[in-house]
Design a binder for this molecule. Sequence first.
Ligand SMILES: NC(=O)c1ccc[n+]([C@@H]2O[C@H](COP(=O)([O-])OP(=O)(O)OC[C@H]3O[C@@H](n4cnc5c(N)ncnc54)[C@H](OP(=O)(O)O)[C@@H]3O)[C@@H](O)[C@H]2O)c1
Length: 325
Amino acid sequence: MRVAILGATGAVGRTMLQVLEERGFPADELVPLASERSRGHTIPWRGRDWTVDVPAPEAFRGVDIALFSAGGSRSREWAPVAAAQGAIVVDNSSAWRMDPEVPLVVPEVNGRRAAERPRGIIANPNCSTIQLVLALEALRRAAGLTRVLAATYQSVSGAGQKGIEALRAELRGESPTASPFPAPIAGNVIPWIGPRDAAGWNEEEDKLRNESRKILELPDLAVAATCVRVPVEVSHSIAATVELGRALTVPEARAALAAMEGLEVTPDERDPLPRALAGRDVVQVGHVRLDRDLPRVLHFWVVGDNLRKGAATNAVQIAELLASA
Ligand SMILES: NC(=O)c1ccc[n+]([C@@H]2O[C@H](COP(=O)([O-])OP(=O)(O)OC[C@H]3O[C@@H](n4cnc5c(N)ncnc54)[C@H](OP(=O)(O)O)[C@@H]3O)[C@@H](O)[C@H]2O)c1
């Protein structure tokens, strides 16, 4: 099987290469693609060096699965080209996520949707959405869902390699040359991810709302988020409050969360922490408690590695569904 990776030199692309190798994905040929800047560089993978090229229609010829992680504009331009060459595209950008003809897939929640892809494109959700919907789906199965409030604590790697480099430079006392953040990130928290609309919502907050509704197939679910960048290198954390369809006790809620594939519930005294989750595929949930005042309202804390389950691992899991179909 031939697999192309557009964005192979980026934070997510490099994690994809690692995850494909770790999981023994049945690919024997790699087509690494990136910008002109990386053309001709080599990438070691499965004991061979593969030469990086730039995207072109010929680059996708004979490709079975193309994993895209090079930003929205590249996805809008190249996904239809790759699909026309016969590749199935799994796209990590936000370009296609809300297209009604493109399934938005978290395999544990709605993997069956990967089979319906009229454009030959499957979208990978936003990193925070992936980890949150695992918990939401678990609770929906147990008790139904009527409302979701989320405050995210998103790591700098969510803004790619430049985000990691900006934090590291600031921690060394230097000014980063190309920070993707609107303010210094070391020693700071920034409640501004993506452009802000006239009503005051940031794009990342709308992604969490719209994508959760689409994946859960609950188009009227009330979802509101405040998305915040924090000076953590890897792993996003989310403080979530949900109103359930019927009341659950804490042990019932913990059992429902633990029953969800891909999700682990931590013991009370060991809440999930971003540093502990970095480099892991599992998403952890903890600090589960009932609201003291409101019936049917539950609070919890959910953490996952944004580069792995939030991006690369979820994409590779989708590719595994395609390879086994
Ligand atoms: N980071 C996350 O947690 C996360 C999670 C979910 C989804 N995503 C999405 O995944 C995508 C990549 O994110 P990232 O964090 O990996 O970013 P990144 O570290 O900045 O990497 C970007 C990649 O895109 C390539 N690229 C840039 N311009 C290009 C062009 N004109 N033609 C071809 N390739 C080009 C870069 O190649 P060069 O190295 O040659 O410049 C690099 O390989 C984005 O759409 C992002 O929204 C990221």
